[in-house]
Design a protein around this ligand. Structure first.
Ligand code: FES
Length: 656
């Protein structure tokens, strides 16, 4: 062919096109990601490109007889009014005249990527469910009677290939004056519709503005936890998080943990409905707060994605969680849900959509699915163990071939509950512990202070908070350090003062305890690690480890390549101590990482990239669910795993 060759960067897509072909047309034919909100009318400037080799002569004029890279009329008008950066052209106006290399800058790509910092984590592709479209609608005509909505629908189909779009009543109520005010030119917010999966729905017009409008569209990613509700408000065009906020889950007054809320609903007539109302009211209060912070109206929020555990899921949706309280723990549905936000009692945009990620199994909820979406074990070459610890550990092990999932009842010991001096992670709690293996003397650090207990200035630094107890990460480090210092044997027994050679060990009832801190001289607490504390930690870590071990059996392996600790707990725990304790299987220490709030990130991915929704639904369908309670080997793994680190499994890398 003699037609000019066009190469797009960074995609590398190429093809020959007849002279005079608009760049946007060529991009579309080649499947190049070039944005357009106005359908090529030279209004939105979303289609900007940069010719990096070769140039674009004035419309219809060849290279030979004109100065290069001159604007055509529409472009000139745009440049005069709003200004175009030097070297930039409007892709819908500039035409191909000769061989050319055309760069599509990041800002002109629809599906641009938000790159995440950690190498293993997936990047976020911006491809929101709700987008803006500018159209020019045919005026009504006596000879061809048709409704204004029908002609708007035709315009959307003709320009953007959006077929059979719906519109809610509130849109119809203002449609006619808006069309006339905009002189038949309007901008629509359209939810593009989901064609596959359980969340399938038709495209719909959510809002119409007269003329060309750049009103930002917002969405919310919400992590509904049993203790806190956290929400991120995102600009759906840029992917940017514009505000984040959180509140306590108002359901706490019905019970601290999940099971007590399930029993509240069982024992109280209407209890489930009461909790549904409480969480929805809390949610609306949070959304109002976050909108005020971002200085927008709640009615600018058009899409919400939720992740949560199964009990929160049922209570939020208004489904009685009764069945989740007893074996076999059947979910009402594990499928993803796509509903109107208004049906959940949410007072945001009247047509706003809400999407809830699928659940993996009875105790492994949409929050775990969100962790999967964020950490992508299903795309990993390495065998990766993914652990999210709360009162239940949600465990996934897999690689690009197979992913297994299970949950294991760790109980609240890792959160500092059931521990004699235990407390929540708050100022005054011991969070870091080291024990000198020679002298058996401890040093520690307290939340709210950067200074270790044996350093100058420590007393002053904790003067306000005091030293009140020990939190989850503190007790894990204390037990691991006691083991390494020889204060504790592999079975979990604390030695006597004579055996260990320190007066810090003392007989406490029928067993020994180890004293970390004696604050009694100043009226403070005595903080010791007791034998029952060690037992509680042994039970919790054995539950976690045997769940992981069960999944490792499926792969026939004793070690894993990587361990990812998700959630708030994962962010605070020290990998070395977790491994000494035998909480997690043997692995190179530097391959144990914290994923931070992976569930929240997963929610954000599903919010900003509508394609990720179908993707996670598919991944979850393929995850192999293991029910620990019915696996015969779980019990023997559990027994072995209560030793520190373990009585039968090798820890070759750790060197025990
Ligand atoms: Fe809108 Fe080119 S597509 S200006």
């Amino acid at each position: 062919t003699n037609d000019p060759l066009v190469i797009f960067t960074p995609s590398g897509k190429r093809g020959h096109f007849p002279e005079g072909t608009p760049v946007l047309t060529a991009a579309r034919q080649l499947g190049v990601d070039l944005d357009s909100v106005c359908g090529g009318r030279g209004i939105c400037s979303k289609c900007q490109v940069e010719p990096s080799f070769g140039e674009f002569p004035k419309h219809g004029v060849t290279v030979a007889d004109d100065a290069l890279s001159e604007f055509n009329k529409v472009e000139q008008r745009y440049d005069d009014k709003r200004g175009l950066q030097k070297g930039r052209r409007l892709g819908c106006q500039a035409t191909i005249q000769s061989d050319v290399v055309i760069d599509v800058p990041a800002g002109s790509q629809v599906h641009r990527q938000v790159v995440r910092k950690r190498a293993e984590a997936r990047d976020i592709t911006i491809n929101p469910a709700v987008r803006r479209y500018y159209v020019e609608v045919e005026e009504p005509d006596m000879h061809e009677p048709s409704g204004d909505l029908e002609r708007l629908r035709q315009a959307l189909e003709k320009n953007f290939d959006i077929k059979g779009v719906d519109a809610d009543l509130h849109v119809l109520q203002t449609l006619q004056p808006i069309l006339r005010k905009g002189d038949w030119k309007v901008t629509c917010a359209v939810s593009t519709g989901i064609t596959e999966g359980t969340g399938a729905e038709k495209p719909a017009i959510l809002q119409v503005w007269p003329g060309y409008s750049e009103t930002p569209l917002y969405g919310l990613a919400v992590d509904l936890g049993s203790t806190t509700i956290a929400a991120h408000l995102c600009d759906m065009t840029t992917g940017e998080v514009v505000a984040s906020s959180g509140i306590m889950n108002p359901q706490i007054r019905f019970g601290e943990d999940l099971m007590s809320r399930v029993s509240y609903s069982m024992m109280n007539e209407g209890g489930a409905a009461e909790m549904t109302r409480a969480v929805r009211e809390g949610m609306n209060a949070l959304f109002t707060q976050i909108a005020i912070e971002a200085e927008i109206g709640t009615d600018q929020i058009m899409d919400v994605v939720f992740v949560m555990n199964p009990v929160m899921h049922h209570l939020f949706l208004g489904i009685d969680p009764y069945e989740l309280g007893q074996a076999p723990f059947a979910l009402c549905t594990s499928e993803a849900l796509s509903v109107r936000a208004s049906t959940l009692g949410l007072t945001i945009h009247p047509s706003a959509r809400a999407y809830i990620l699928p659940s993996i199994a009875g105790h492994v909820g949409a929050d775990a699915a969100a962790v999967t979406l964020s950490e992508a074990p299903d795309k990993s070459e390495d065998l990766v163990l993914l652990v999210d610890v709360g009162t239940n550990a949600e465990i996934q092990l897999g690689n690009k071939d197979t992913v297994y999932a299970c949950s294991s009842p760790t109980g609240p010991a890792f959160e500092g509950a059931q521990i004699s001096s235990g407390q929540r992670a708050a100022p005054g709690a011991i969070e870091r512990v080291e024990i000198n293996p020679e002298t058996k003397e401890p040093r520690f650090r307290v939340i709210g202070s950067e200074i270790w207990s044996d350093e100058p200035g420590f007393a002053d630094s904790v003067a306000t908070s005091g030293i009140s107890g020990i939190c989850g990460s503190g007790i894990i480090e204390a037990v691991a350090e006691m083991r390494m210092a020889g204060i504790l044997d592999a079975s979990g027994l604390i030695g006597s003062a004579e055996q260990v050679g320190t007066p810090r060990c003392f007989l406490d009832g029928r067993t020994n305890s180890y004293m970390l801190w004696d604050g009694s001289a100043d009226g403070g607490p005595v903080i010791s690690v007791t034998n029952p504390d060690i037992r509680a930690i042994q039970m919790a870590k054995a539950a976690l480890y045997s769940g992981a071990r069960l999944l490792m059996d499926k792969f026939g392996t004793d070690t894993v390549d990587r361990v990812v600790l998700a959630g708030a707990f994962g962010a605070h725990i020290s990998p070395k101590h977790a491994m000494v304790l035998g909480m997690i299987p043997d692995c190179e220490i530097d391959k144990v990482t914290s994923a931070g709030n992976a569930a929240g990130t997963g929610a954000r991915i599903a919010l900003l990239n509508v394609a990720a929704r179908g993707e996670i639904e598919e991944i979850v369908r393929n995850i192999i669910k293991i029910e620990t309670a019915v696996e015969p080997s779980f019990q023997s793994h559990f027994v072995n795993a209560s030793a520190i680190p373990n009585s039968s499994d090798p820890f070759p890398i750790l060197g025990t």
